[in-house]
Design a protein around this ligand. Structure first.
Ligand code: NAD
Ligand code: WQD
Length: 343
């Protein structure tokens, strides 16, 4: 069944590319736009290989409204999934203007086009970063926001608010998805995280260290008030995360959402410490990781994990995978991509 065309911004990126596969498998026709500032357009060849589908792709910058509008003239969409953003927390502290310009202008342009061309359903990539150092964990969608820890975090808080205000008093609907720590790779081992900028997130740092791209890695802090002294995070498998987008889109298109905008946490609802994550990697890969305990990383939240009951109840979503599958798939992907790089 053809469920209609979906505009996927940031579609050659990590979460976008996995979601495109899930959308295709669910009967949607994704149309991809990405300027390649943090991804490789070749990703779409892998997507085609895995799905036997050729996608329409627009290699443009969403901040260029004239070019963006052409896409809306070319296609009629049932929905938009807006992933595209710059996402490196540290860079956003160094280059705040660049982050505000890119993340906010692209979102404003998407909203303007959605309203002008009557595309009624929007899914937005938000982040657990909006909660900052939350007072109570697990966090629910009602947990109050703290001051953003970085300009990146602020772009997510502002993005959420801009969407709410823009769709108010219209018949457009939006779902804001707050991801916790996405990790892992496609179960085929052929697709995974491949940023153009150096990886800073824990799981790719682990696999890059194990494969020898880095001599060693640092555990940032072991003196926190947690069960083993390292920070606690909620790692969500990329396949589970991708699925949630399709389910959220189905939910909107089926007309199930009454409010204009609604928000959902996407995590597995369990905290895993950094040392536990390393331990899981060592077990599933059979490799001993060369790591050292280092100082705390400034700005790190001590412990955070999600309550995802709302996504379960309304969207029918629940995670299938845990930290072991995250490490297994991330490691398979690392080995495969390193083979290609060596050739
Ligand atoms: P990613 O960098 O792999 O993908 C983002 C894509 O957007 C990239 O391919 C990039 O080239 C593209 N892009 C950025 N600005 C653009 C522009 N102006 N025009 C066109 N394309 C542009 O990142 P990801 O991990 O896939 O993240 C997707 C979304 O999820 C982002 O909004 C991110 O902030 C959010 N998010 C990510 C995480 C995470 O840990 N990965 C956690 C929470 C939220
Ligand atoms: C996880 C844990 C580190 C690297 C970030 C963004 C957040 C959201 C998700 C987008 C922390 C520790 C890491 C290393 C380590 N993204 N670590 N050594 O900081 O939870 O969240 O990604 O919205 O906004 O801030 O993720 O993977 O960087 O870190 O010890 O080399 O691993 O200190 O405790 P984080 P992360």
């Amino acid at each position: 069944m053809h469920k209609g065309k979906v505009l996927v911004t940031g579609g050659t990126g990590y979460i976008g590319s996995h979601t495109i596969i899930d959308l295709i498998e669910s009967g949607y026709e994704p149309i991809c736009v990405d300027n390649g500032c943090n991804s490789d357009p070749d990703t779409l060849e892998k997507v085609s290989m895995l799905t036997n589908k050729i996608l329409a792709f627009y290699p443009i910058d969403l901040c260029d409204q004239t070019k963006l509008e052409r896409i809306f003239n070319d296609h009629q969409f049932v929905g938009i999934i807006h992933f595209a953003a710059l996402k490196a927390v540290g860079d956003s502290v160094k280059y705040p203007i660049q982050y505000f310009k890119n993340n906010l202008n692209s979102t404003l342009n998407i909203l303007e086009m959605a309203l002008k061309y009557g595309v009624k359903n929007l899914i937005f990539s938000s982040s657990c970063t909006v909660y900052g150092n939350a007072e109570n964990i697990p966090v629910t969608e009602d947990t109050p926001w703290q001051e953003a820890e970085s300009p990146y975090g602020r772009t997510k808080q502002m993005g959420e608010q801009i969407i709410k205000d823009s769709f108010k008093n219209t018949d457009h609907k939006a779902i804001l998805l707050r991801y916790f720590n996405p990790a892992g790779a496609h179960t085929s081992g052929q697709l995974g995280e491949a940023p153009s900028t150096p990886a800073q997130n824990l799981v790719p740092v682990i696999t890059e260290t194990a494969i020898g791209k880095r001599n060693k890695m640092m555990v940032f802090g072991s003196d926190y008030a947690t069960r083993d002294g390292s920070c606690i995070r909620d790692f969500i498998h990329i396949m589970d995360l991708a699925r949630a987008h399709t389910q959220a889109l189905d939910y909107l298109i089926e007309g199930n959402q009454i409010s204009t905008t609604d928000v959902y946490n996407l995590g597995i609802g369990e905290g895993v410490t950094v040392l536990e994550a390393i331990n899981a990697f060592e077990k599933v890969s059979g490799n001993q990781l060369n790591y050292e305990i280092g100082p705390r990383r400034p700005g790190d939240v001590i412990a955070i994990y999600a309550n995802y009951e709302k996504a379960n109840k309304n969207l029918g979503w629940s995670p299938k995978y845990g930290i072991n599958e995250i490490m297994e798939t991330a490691w398979e992907w690392e080995k495969n991509r390193s083979k290609v790089e060596d050739e």
